[in-house]
Design a protein around this ligand. Structure first.
Ligand code: SDX
Length: 393
């Protein structure tokens, strides 16, 4: 009717919502953001430009891009008192536990200035969350290793600023490596949004009650943490290290096929993709580039490559349509750059915050939006009357 592109894959009745942001065709391995294919965005765009696209629906002009990135940089610092909040965590706390707590705590700083029915205040909250999530993430890392927090440097790019807050120390000069900056920016693009995945659905459901957006993003972080979802990048690298050598791959392939063994190939399979995850292809190419640039001959990359080759030719995985997903190669790259495995899902949350916010804002723009209320299929006891305890046997 509006000439807009509508795609009904036949499950409209089970679709949780309508959205214009991201389109996935799991059978064909297609991922579009506002109509643009993910491989072209990963190749030619920047994470900040993709953030603008997801939030506003169009790629920005030069002026729009400069204004957007300038506004983001104006919000990169966090309230000085928030730094004290970290002190309540054990030093060995998982950074995702810290992220859940700190993002939720931000709702205590920005509760009365977030009337979510006011588009301007939603925009301010959006800029605050996009701008502060790298600062909060880097602080979570610095806290766990006992190093001082590093303030943002707004003369750097969004991703360059994050790298500096993560890896610089006051005692040494720090220069952002442009190849690493570009690779990480591309990884952020690949993680920015992915339709109604578990964590995005969590953010939408929490937000549908009108809850504070910072608290809703904290709920999304909590959901993303699970190993079946965003925690898979950490689990995939741990699995590759456990396999250790190409010779041991057949043993793990057999375990993954054994219904009595709970072991699954982490970084493989997907609820929607029954074809190659287009993000995994870009990730594999980026892994090659980063390892070559850093002069790293990582045997784990060879294990990953051989595991993928074997699985893609194994009848079981072919029949079940199991392919590498976005999490399969990402850990190899992040580890080579210097991130500890405990930070992998934090980086996923950093990037996905843009998608969560775009989906949150889209939902609240809908005048007919109502509180989410999933129903169930009741399979419990039929109607029965209460019996007093002395009558029970
Ligand atoms: C992400 O939703 C999103 O968009 C998520 C995400 C995003 O960007 O937000 O794409 C990010 O979460 C990617 C997925 C990361 N998770 C992992 O890599 C963990 C390992 N993968 C599996 O746990 C699993 O593949 C899931 C959880 C991702 C999907 O599980 P499903 O729904 O069971 O997958 P399926 O229905 O397609 O499975 C078909 C069969 C099943 O066997 P049968 O019941 O038919 O006998 O394949 C089996 C599954 O048991 N199977 C696997 C497997 N994944 C599915 N067997 C071995 N290894 C695997 N990895």
């Amino acid at each position: 009717d509006t000439g807009m592109f509508t795609y009904d894959p036949g499950f409209t009745s089970t679709a949780s919502c309508k959205s214009k942001i991201t389109f996935i065709d799991g059978d064909e391995g297609i991922l579009l953001h506002r109509g643009y294919p993910i491989d072209q965005l990963a190749e030619h765009s920047t994470f900040m430009e993709v953030a603008y696209l997801l939030l506003r629906g169009e790629l920005p002009t030069k002026e729009q891009y400069e204004q957007f990135t300038y506004t983001v940089t104006r919000h990169t610092m966090v309230h000085e008192q928030l730094a004290m909040f970290y002190r309540g965590f054990r030093r060995d706390a998982h950074p995702m536990a810290v992220m859940c707590g700190v993002m939720g705590a931000l709702s205590a700083f920005y509760h009365d200035s977030t009337d979510i029915n006011d588009p301007h205040q939603r925009m301010v909250a959006s800029f605050r969350m996009i701008a502060k999530i790298p600062t909060i993430a880097a602080m979570a890392y610095k806290y766990t290793i006992g190093q001082p927090f590093v303030y943002p440097d707004n003369s750097l790019s969004y991703t360059g600023n994050f790298l500096r807050m993560m890896f610089s120390v006051p005692a040494e000069p720090y220069v952002v490596d442009p190849v690493i900056e570009r690779a990480l920016d591309r990884i952020f693009i690949l993680h920015a949004d992915h339709e109604q995945n578990a964590s995005t659905s969590t953010v939408r459901l929490a937000s549908s009650s009108g809850a504070n957006p910072f608290a809703c993003i904290a709920a999304g972080i909590a959901c993303l943490w699970g190993p079946a979802h965003g925690g898979a990048n950490e689990a995939a690298l741990k699995m590759l290290h456990e396999i250790g050598t190409v010779e041991r791959i057949p043993e793990y392939i057999a375990r993954a096929k054994d219904k009595n063994d709970p072991f699954r190939l982490m970084g493989f399979g997907h609820r929607v993709y029954k074809n190659y995850d287009p993000r995994a292809k870009v990730m594999q190419k980026t892994a090659h580039e980063v390892l070559a640039h850093l002069g790293i001959k990582d045997p784990i990359f060879d294990v990953a490559h051989e595991l993928e080759r074997i699985a893609l030719h194994d009848d079981y995985f072919v029949e079940k349509k199991l392919y590498p997903n976005v999490d399969f190669y990402s850990g190899i790259i992040l580890s080579a750059i210097g991130f500890p495995t405990s930070m992998f899902t934090v980086l996923f949350a950093l990037a996905r915050t843009v998608g969560w916010i775009a989906q949150w804002d889209e939902m609240l723009q809908d005048p007919d939006q109502k509180i989410g209320r999933p129903r169930q299929l009741y399979i419990g006891a039929p109607y029965r009357d209460y019996t007093s305890i002395d009558q029970r046997r």
